[in-house]
Design a protein around this ligand. Structure first.
Ligand code: GLY
Length: 359
């Protein structure tokens, strides 16, 4: 009997040492977060230092809230909500308070959230009285048998769940009202007055290896006929799957829906990870490692959006802990932080070249 257990122990030792060095070392738990506050035509010459500082402070504030959750061992889902709630409450961004106006002069809000553990998702569109639509989207995910609720039905569900409401004055800001008036007076399109889209979003990886994504928006100035953009559409504006990545988008929603941007990026990255896992030779694996993925994948999908005529950007977090951005506009309000010590916020496109190189 003793001989048998000695043999088993020897075999187990052999097995451990037969593993690659990387698998023998216990992997350090990592966390990662990326956020955005919209992408669009952003010109440094048109932004005062005070306004720039206000945006950077708001982004850092949201990033700090998410970092605190993740660094203390909290979940990716809680980190995403912790980042998005202050952005919804900040009138600088087109989500919650400060949302753009519809053609009929209302603030109609959309949001969605997805948990990469089990791909459970919740989304709401056209709500007008819920202070933090991202929390309602999450309640749809956890407390209803559905994924997507709209308008008064979504608000009735919110009231049953005791979610905080706010009066129309909470959401309405003078700057957004003026944008609607300019649009109507000069018969401009939403794109002429919405030089930036202002949607907010967050993606996170927690120390347990779980991914999450969330997005919240007021949509586009002057929207009518019940128009819905990509932000509340799972697969277009938001997607998270532990097997691939977490993505939140901002931009011209019609194009993001047509390309299915968020799920397209995740699917391509998932297939790449499978290909790598099954690569027959170490040369092939090394070649795959060198292909600038998933940055290359996100850039390729954003190029597709551009070729169709759309613009905007995405934030991505991978199971490996990379926090990345890709956008085809002159700027994107954005930030990222990781357990490796990365902590940065940025607005204009020039900074992104450096950012893209850092995994
Ligand atoms: N990306 C936000 C929207 O198009 O509504």
């Amino acid at each position: 009997m003793k001989a048998l257990s000695t043999a088993i122990a020897a075999l187990a030792t052999l097995f451990v040492f037969a593993l690659p060095v990387s698998a023998q070392e216990a992997a350090e738990p990592r966390w990662s977060i990326a956020i955005h506050g919209g992408a669009g035509t952003l010109d440094p010459d048109e932004m005062t230092p005070e306004r720039r500082a206000a945006y950077e402070a708001a982004l850092q504030n949201a990033l700090d809230a998410a970092k605190a959750v993740l660094a203390n061992g909290g979940s990716a889902m809680d980190a995403v909500k912790a980042a998005i709630v202050p952005l919804e409450d900040d009138p600088l961004f087109n989500a919650g308070r400060g949302a753009v106006f519809t053609w009929d002069g209302k603030n109609e809000l959309d949001a969605s959230i997805m948990d990469g553990r089990d791909r459970s998702a919740g989304a709401v569109t056209g709500v007008t009285s819920i202070k933090n639509p991202i929390l309602l989207a999450d309640a749809v995910r956890t407390d209803s048998p559905h994924v997507f609720l709209m308008g008064t039905g979504a608000e009735q569900f919110a009231s049953e769940k005791g979610l905080e409401t706010a009066p129309p004055e909470w959401f309405a800001t003078e700057a957004r009202r003026e944008a609607l008036e300019r649009m109507k007076a000069r018969e401009l399109s939403a794109l002429d007055v919405d030089h930036k889209f202002g949607t907010v979003g967050a993606v996170a990886l927690d120390m347990a290896g779980n991914l999450a994504a969330g997005t919240s928006t007021g949509g586009m100035t002057g929207k009518r006929w019940g128009r819905i953009g990509d932000a509340p559409v799972i697969g277009a504006g938001t997607y998270a799957d532990n097997r691939s990545c977490a993505v939140s988008a901002t931009g011209w929603g019609e194009y993001f829906i047509r390309v299915g941007v968020a799920s397209e990026i995740c699917s391509r990255y998932r297939f790449l990870r499978i290909t790598k896992a099954y690569a027959q030779s170490s040369e092939r694996r090394e070649w795959l490692e060198q292909q600038n993925y998933p940055q290359g994948i996100a850039d390729a999908v954003m190029q597709e959006v551009k070729e169709l005529g759309g613009d905007g950007g995405v934030i991505i977090v991978t199971p490996e802990g990379q926090a990345l951005f890709s956008f085809n506009t002159t700027g994107m309000y954005r930030g990222r932080a990781t357990s490796d010590g990365v902590n940065e916020v940025a607005i204009f496109a020039d900074v992104i070249e450096q950012a893209s190189e850092t995994p």
